[in-house]
Every structure is written in structure tokens, then in C-alpha cells.
Design a binder for this molecule. Structure first.
Ligand code: HAM
Length: 416
């Protein structure tokens, strides 16, 4: 029987795994330096959590959840994103009792049953942040600045930040009414999905990737900003001013709405060239009512998430090199295996990157392996070395060979 990985899942290995480690390292360092603490929430959650927060009429909830019943008949799903889980964790762990903002970051696997293609997986991975406890525009600006800095630290080029505002909860009702009014007699040229969306959730029409739907929206000059209240427009204005002050370049995309229902006010998307149809590498926004609607206090919040697969695609073939091997220990005679093994362990404890042979190779083929692995130094242990209490040490680049006693081994290796 031949086993294969499931469609839309990946094995991350070799130089790709090293690239992922680099992205993860930048995430840990950068987000901690902004005061974010790591949170790890479960991969399985109650189905209702996402139905309530993301919205029952969204694409994710309607079509993409991996859901199942456990043995006791409870409805469970694999998380499609982390914002809802973090809102739950914030309330469940009473994090609101601490003064000031709660700043959390996360890394992990998410699951959506989408049609797989380049940069679109069924199991994918996000790195993201959530800042909970403020509705002030300076937080929006800081969060978008952080998203930009994250990409800069990764040395990712050619990305575009698009922003928009959706207004508050009341404004969103106005926007829905506006969309219903503007679209009701003009649904002709829209795709069948959009025709259905019209009666269920017209917001989603603005998200449709179908080119004729997009053209129709353009023709109809849909501009829902007129449905947004003064306070929210003022908030948006301040966010933009602060972004300019922080030298964050952005463009306004007045039809940007995002595919999840919890957003209010500021929303943003970061796209990179070279991702094809799936060009969003990261996205986020405010969700000022979500915590309260889930049974927590009325606090504003904002966050973002980037897709690791998409970042890795954008960083491209830029291979992360294996770090070079410090030492390869060549064992001439199996009689001295114990000494070889304990020497390798001791050197590794000292932080040196050391390898030996584990396949009973001949002396010649051990030397060949040391060469292939690009070892800086080869340490030879044979009868003569054993009897004299030391090792022959060969510098591979110069070919120079010296004798070193057991006692001087570490200082010699480290000193070079
Ligand atoms: P999202 O736009 O659904 O937002 O996903 C964020 C990012 O995850 C996308 O920009 C993309 O890079 C990646 N992503 C999403 N789906 C896939 C997929 N099927 N395959 C590969 N990558 C994917 C959220 O998830 C929100 N929770 C973001 C947020 C945080 N908003 C506020 N806080």
C-alpha cells in the first residue's frame, strides 16, 4: 500500500524548513520587541465559535470548515483562523482583568477546505498578532506599521498595503442597506454565487474574485463610504495621518471588505507580486464588537495574520544554507567506538556542530563523506591516536594535519 499526503497539505523540509525557521525567528523577535506575548490555542474548537464570529454566511463557514462530531456527538472543527480562538481565550482566561492592552502573537496551522492551488492550501500556517483593549487610531497605525516592519525584516520586496474602513456596527447596517438598494435592480451581470449572496450577505459580493462581477461593481460605482458615520470617518482620517507620519506607504481601496464578518472600522490587506490569483500575503483589521458579542467586555481590538506558505513563496528560491559542519570524526577502527561516541557528544555539548558515520563505512568513504559535508576539520581516531591519548586533526581547506592531545582538543577546535 502506498501512502500519500492529503490534497492541499505539504511536507515542509530541507531548505524550505530552514526558510520557515527564519520567518519564525523574525516573528518571535519582532513581536516580542513590540510587547506581544505568544499564545498557543487548541487546533480543535467548538464549531459554534467560528459560526458566530466569522459569520454563518461567509465562504469560510459555509464551505470551508473541516468539521466533525466527536464520539459524544459534539460539533467540533479544525480552526480556520485564530482571531476567534484568541477572543475566546481572552475572555475564558479573564485577560481583561489586567490593566492596559493585551498583546498576543501566534504561529500555527489553520485549516480551510479550499480548492488547492499555488499559495492556497487546506492546511496552511499563519503568523499573526492581536492587540485587544483599545479603539484608538494610534493602535491601528502601530499594528499596520508592525505588519510593514515584519515584511521589511524578512527583506520582502514589492508588497502593497491597501486599507479601508467599514465603519462601526451601525454603519455596517447602513452599508448593507446601501448595497441592497444599489444592487437590487442591477444583478444581471453578476455570477450565480453573487446573486445568492445578494439575499444572504451582500457584503460578500464586494469580495467576489470573478472579473465580470468586479467590472460590474466598478460600473455601478459602488462607494459605500457615504454610509459611514462622522466618528468613523474621523477615526479613519487619523489612522491615515498617523500612517503617513510613520512613513508607511499605503493605498486606499474603497471596496476592500475582507471575507470575515467580525471586522469594523479599519481593514487592510497586504499583497505581494508573484502570488498569482492568491495575492494576499497578509491581512487584518479591527473587530471592536467581537469580544463583547462573545460574552466579554466591550473592548476594541485589532490584529493581522500572514500566511507562511505565501511569505515563503515570495521569498522564493533564496535558499537558506545549511550551516557548515565544524568537525567530522573519522573512526579508523570500531574498537574505539565508545571513545569516538563520547568525544562527539562532548564536542556537541560545547556547541560545536559535529558529525560522524553511523553506517560502518570504510575509512576512505568516511573521508569522502566528511568532504561532501563540507567539514572544516576532520578528527581521526585510530590505533596510534588511541594509544597516544589524542587525535590527528586535519584542516580540510589547507590540508594541514596536526596532532592534538585529548586535553587540548576543545581549546584547539574552538581556538581555530
Ligand atoms: P485571512 O485573510 O482569512 O484573515 O487570512 C490571513 C492570511 O492567511 C492570508 O492573507 C493568507 O496569506 C493566509 N491564508 C488564508 N487562507 C489560506 C490558504 N487556504 N492557504 C494558504 N494561505 C492562506 C484571517 O485569518 C484573520 N484572522 C486575520 C486577522 C487577525 N484579522 C484580525 N486579526
Amino acid at each position: 500500500m502506498k501512502f500519500q499526503r492529503l490534497r492541499g497539505t505539504d511536507d515542509i523540509l530541507g531548505s524550505q524548513a530552514r526558510l520557515w525557521q527564519k520567518i519564525e525567528k523574525v516573528s518571535h523577535n519582532l513581536f516580542s520587541s513590540f510587547g506581544y506575548q505568544e499564545i498557543r490555542t487548541p487546533i480543535i474548537e467548538p464549531l459554534k465559535l467560528f459560526e458566530r464570529s466569522i459569520g454563518e454566511t461567509t465562504q469560510i463557514v459555509e464551505k470551508e470548515l473541516f468539521q466533525f462530531q466527536d464520539r459524544s456527538g459534539r460539533d467540533i472543527c479544525l480552526r480556520p483562523e485564530a482571531t476567534a480562538s484568541i477572543a475566546r481565550a481572552y475572555i475564558e482566561n479573564r485577560l481583561f482583568q489586567k490593566a492596559g492592552l493585551t498583546k498576543l502573537y501566534y504561529l500555527g496551522a489553520m485549516f480551510r477546505a479550499e480548492r488547492p492551488q499555488k499559495g492556497r492550501k487546506r492546511q496552511f500556517h499563519q503568523v499573526g498578532i492581536e492587540a485587544i483593549g483599545s479603539s484608538q487610531p494610534e493602535l491601528d497605525a502601530e499594528v499596520i506599521y508592525l505588519a510593514k516592519l515584519f515584511l521589511d525584516k524578512l527583506e520582502l520586496k514589492d508588497y502593497l498595503i491597501q486599507i479601508n474602513t467599514l465603519g462601526c456596527r451601525e454603519d455596517k447596517k447602513e452599508i448593507l442597506a446601501y448595497l441592497a438598494e444599489r444592487l437590487k435592480d442591477n444583478l444581471e451581470g453578476f455570477c450565480s454565487d453573487c446573486k445568492q449572496r445578494f439575499s444572504r450577505n451582500p457584503f460578500r459580493i464586494l469580495d467576489c474574485k470573478n472579473s465580470s462581477c468586479r467590472e460590474n461593481l466598478e460600473k455601478l460605482n459602488i462607494n459605500f463610504q457615504e454610509a459611514i458615520c462622522k466618528e468613523c470617518l474621523q477615526h479613519y482620517q487619523e489612522v491615515k495621518e498617523l500612517l503617513s507620519h510613520l512613513k508607511v506607504e499605503y493605498s486606499e481601496e474603497r471596496r476592500l471588505v475582507r471575507g470575515l464578518d467580525y471586522y469594523t472600522r479599519t481593514v487592510f490587506e497586504v499583497s505581494g507580486s508573484g502570488l498569482g490569483a492568491q495575492n494576499a500575503v497578509g491581512a487584518g483589521g479591527r473587530y471592536d464588537n467581537l469580544i463583547e458579542e462573545m460574552g466579554g467586555p466591550a473592548v476594541g481590538a485589532i490584529g493581522f495574520a500572514f500566511g507562511l506558505e505565501r511569505i515563503a513563496l515570495l521569498l522564493g528560491e533564496e535558499e537558506e544554507e545549511l550551516s557548515p559542519l565544524d568537525v567530522f570524526l573519522v573512526l579508523q577502527n570500531r574498537e574505539y567506538l565508545k571513545l569516538a561516541l563520547s568525544t562527539v557528544m562532548k564536542l556537541r555539548q560545547e556547541g560545536l556542530y559535529v558529525e560522524m558515520d553511523y553506517q560502518g563505512r570504510s575509512l576512505k568513504s568516511q573521508m569522502r563523506l566528511a568532504n561532501e559535508r563540507n567539514a572544516r576539520i576532520v578528527l581521526i581516531l585510530g590505533r596510534e591516536e588511541f594509544e597516544m591519548g589524542g587525535f590527528s586533526l586535519k584542516y580540510m581547506e589547507s590540508g594541514k594535519q596536526i596532532w592534538v592531545s585529548k586535553e587540548d582538543l576543545i581549546s584547539t577546535l574552538k581556538g581555530d
